[in-house]
Design a protein around this ligand. Structure first.
Ligand code: PLP
Length: 391
């Protein structure tokens, strides 16, 4: 972990989570460069939580679409920037990297800031550049990438004014320790039971929401002491390698990659390797596809056939595998975001984090390989802003 952090000139500023850091940066920019009606240019495919943070910071949001390949059009973003724009926010969704360089050129030209969201990746690089070093400001989520209950940090690659986190309020170490222990016990049990979910704790993850009538507030928290103590103990190389291996395993063991298309597969996979020419490690039998260097995923996002995503999620859930489905609350009832609408309906995240074991990977691959998708399936409807989904 220490080696990874050395990629950044300024020291990381630790927070209770990445969202808190984002909120603090928005407040800091507006305090030092006030605009009468500040706005931020955001992707339309985001969790409701981030949108709430933007509202709480007193910014207006202007949305740009995200394609089904999880990238965006720099020209569309250019068209949205006006004299009230403080910042553009761009994400490496689920760890699928995007080239931030053209966007950085644009934001520099128009004198707005670029916030690079690395919450879904860590220690990754593209075209020889570490992700998180291009944006003026970057957020990382320890919580997400290291499977902790909380934790995130901010990197200020550009610091036009002195910066102080807005609070000294801390996350509670005892509560964090309790959750950490609980999750580690669950992973161990899962491992010893060959992927079987003995605790029957497989609930559908809660769907995000946004209540436009509510006044949005954020209580920013810090997590300095705990994170600084944890950093030297974290073997980040091992974690990122395991995440990469898990994705590689699924790429090579899901038979129908046409129906369950890993997003960004064309640019993230390397040419075929001769099946006879592989080493004997457990994960490399009949290996055909390899990940490109530098790609460190959060989950494996796949684009499911239309109207089948919730059915597939349920099938996997019945086998003890919990899959997230991105953010069904996006694009927040707005029209004109065709990429986001597709993602909202069809994206499924296969879990590949470093605590996922071999048995679980096999359950996922076997389930998808034996799945028969009925003609008409998802009686799927989600009202924007609601927490309901109907299966
Ligand atoms: C794309 C994206 N960015 C940022 C965040 C914020 O991360 P954290 O949970 O650490 O606040 C999230 C969390 O949901 C996210 O999905």
């Amino acid at each position: 972990m220490k080696k990874f952090l050395r990629n950044f000139q300024p020291e990381p500023i630790n927070y209770g989570n990445a969202g808190h850091a984002f909120y603090d940066v928005m407040k800091w920019v507006q305090a030092n460069r006030p605009k009468s009606k500040p706005n931020i240019i955001m992707p339309s495919y985001i969790p409701g939580k981030l949108y709430r943070f933007v509202m709480a910071a007193g910014y207006e949001t202007k949305f740009y679409d995200v394609s089904t390949q999880l990238d965006f059009s720099v020209d569309e973003i250019r068209g949205l920037i006006d004299d009230q724009t403080q910042m553009v926010f761009a994400v490496h969704f689920f760890g699928v990297p995007v080239d931030m360089e053209p966007l950085k050129n644009l934001t520099s030209e128009l004198d707005v800031f670029l916030m690079e969201d690395c919450s879904h990746t860590m220690d990754s690089h593209l075209n020889g550049k570490t992700l998180g070093t291009t944006g003026d400001f970057t957020i990382f989520s320890i919580r997400k990438m290291l499977q902790f209950h909380c934790g995130g940090f901010l990197i200020l690659n550009n610091k036009p004014w002195p910066f102080q986190p807005s609070t000294t309020k801390k996350v509670k170490s005892l509560l964090t320790g309790y959750h950490l222990l609980g999750s580690r016990i669950k992973y161990k049990l899962n491992h010893y039971n060959r992927g079987k979910n003995v605790l029957q704790k497989t609930t559908i993850p809660v769907i995000g929401y946004i209540d436009y009538d509510e006044e949005q507030t954020v209580t920013v928290k810090r997590m300095d002491r705990l994170l600084n103590w944890l950093y030297p103990t974290i073997d980040l190389e091992k974690i990122t390698l395991k995440r990469r291996e898990n994705v590689g395993y699924l790429w090579n063991h899901i038979d129908d990659l046409e129906s369950f298309t890993p997003i960004g597969f064309d640019r993230l996979s390397q040419t075929k390797i001769d099946a006879h020419n592989t080493t004997s490690s457990a994960n490399s039998d009949q290996k055909k596809y390899q990940l490109i260097e530098g790609y460190v995923p959060f989950s494996l996002p796949i684009l499911t056939p239309p109207y089948s995503r919730n059915f597939i999620q349920q099938e996997l859930l019945s086998k003890g595998i919990i899959c997230y489905i991105g953010w069904t609350e996006a694009p927040f009832g707005l029209e004109g975001f065709p990429g986001t609408e597709q993602l909202q309906m069809r994206l499924l995240e296969l879990p590949i984090h470093h605590h996922i074991n071999q048995a679980q990977l096999d359950i996922m691959a076997d389930c998808l390989n034996s799945l028969e998708i009925p003609e008409i399936i998802d009686t799927y409807s989600i009202k924007a802003g609601s927490e309901e989904s109907i299966f």
